[in-house]
Write a protein that binds this ligand. Structure first.
Ligand SMILES: Nc1ncnc2c1ncn2[C@@H]1O[C@H](COP(=O)(O)OP(=O)(O)OP(=O)(O)O)[C@@H](O)[C@H]1O
Length: 301
């Protein structure tokens, strides 16, 4: 099968800009496990980049390293031209966690979760000023969750919780936003809303790095892709990087891959599916095209 993957992401991503630069980064945990070794890639500003790899390939570890939560034993990471420590101090990096990483029994209101995004701008007493309250209100409005601000976070649906954590990142005004599997457990409508928001944030010149197992969504909205398996196997524009050969290298035997004889206009039509999760990537051999089956031909615009 000689399929190539085309990107449906809007305008081509701008080259240059300081973005995120990772050079030969190695992270070894205290138990001696090296989760990431010699990882190198660059992402310019004003882009959305997919971070793709199987379970345990080091995606969350890379996020933690970019946030300064784990140290690199080798190599360097720069965020908007600054060290990780400087970026952390300036609240430049916002993080939207995986749902499993959050204790939903913790009794806290939606507006309090979003206010956490403002902590870095407050003094020791964490006294919110009007600018902080305004930032929370506008972030909640932007994700369509204003009506839920007085609700306990644990009472919300999975998709609503994701929106609240996105609002926290917006309230922080992070120039770099790391999203850990934002589409897991959300319906297609919420996924659409998140993608629309990410595109708007890209147009504001922010950098988004999105870990995802939904391979079908990647060509649709990610300008760039980083493929990971304990090191960076490939990185670059999605058009050049998100190829069948690279995906097979990334997932090996773990990837589900089917070739079907579909029918298109009455003609038999070979179709390939590559899936790491519930939304597969669809490859149309003769059109050299990739489509999202949930959205029909041509994907979303
Ligand atoms: N605190 C830790 N101490 C020791 N090992 C860890 C720690 N955190 C993660 N690991 C290990 O490092 C490897 C990479 O884990 P990581 O969470 O970065 O993977 P991931 O790509 O995010 O996986 P998933 O897709 O399942 O979320 C795994 O083998 C994991 O067991």
């Amino acid at each position: 099968m000689n399929a190539q993957v085309h990107s449906f992401a809007g305008s081509p991503s701008p080259e240059g800009g300081s973005g995120i630069s990772v050079r030969d980064a190695t992270v070894t945990y205290r138990n001696g496990h090296t989760a990431l070794h010699d990882a190198t890639f660059h992402i310019p500003t004003g882009t959305i980049t997919a971070l793709v790899g199987m379970n345990g390939s080091g995606k969350s570890t890379l996020f933690k390293a970019i946030m300064g939560f784990v140290r690199t034993s080798k190599g360097s990471i720069s965020v908007l031209g600054q060290t990780v420590e400087a970026a952390l101090k300036k609240n430049l990096v916002a993080y939207v966690p995986q749902s499993e990483d959050v204790d939903w029994n913790f009794p806290v209101l939606v507006e309090d979760v979003v206010m956490m995004g403002r902590y870095g701008y407050m003094g020791m007493m964490r006294r919110a000023r009007s600018v902080d309250h305004d930032a929370v209100s506008s972030a909640l409005a932007r994700v369509g969750m204003s009506d839920f601000r007085k609700r306990q976070i644990g009472e919300l649906s999975g998709g609503q919780k994701k929106r609240v954590f996105l609002a926290r990142a917006l309230a922080q005004d992070g120039r770099v936003i790391l999203l850990d599997e934002p589409f897991t457990g959300v319906d297609v409508k919420t996924e659409d809303a998140i993608i629309t928001l990410l595109r708007a944030l890209r147009d504001e010149g922010r950098v988004m790095l999105v870990s995802t197992h939904n391979l079908g969504s990647v060509p649709e909205f990610c300008d760039r892709t980083v493929l990971l398996n304990r090191t960076v196997l490939a990185y670059g524009t999605t058009v050049e990087t998100f190829t069948q050969a690279n995906l097979e290298r990334t997932f090996g035997g773990v990837l589900r891959h089917f070739v079907l004889n579909g029918a298109d206009g009455g003609k038999p039509h070979p179709v390939g599916f590559i899936s790491d999760d519930e939304r597969p990537l669809v490859l149309y051999d003769d059109e050299q095209d990739a489509r999202d089956p949930a959205k029909g031909a041509g994907g979303r615009t």
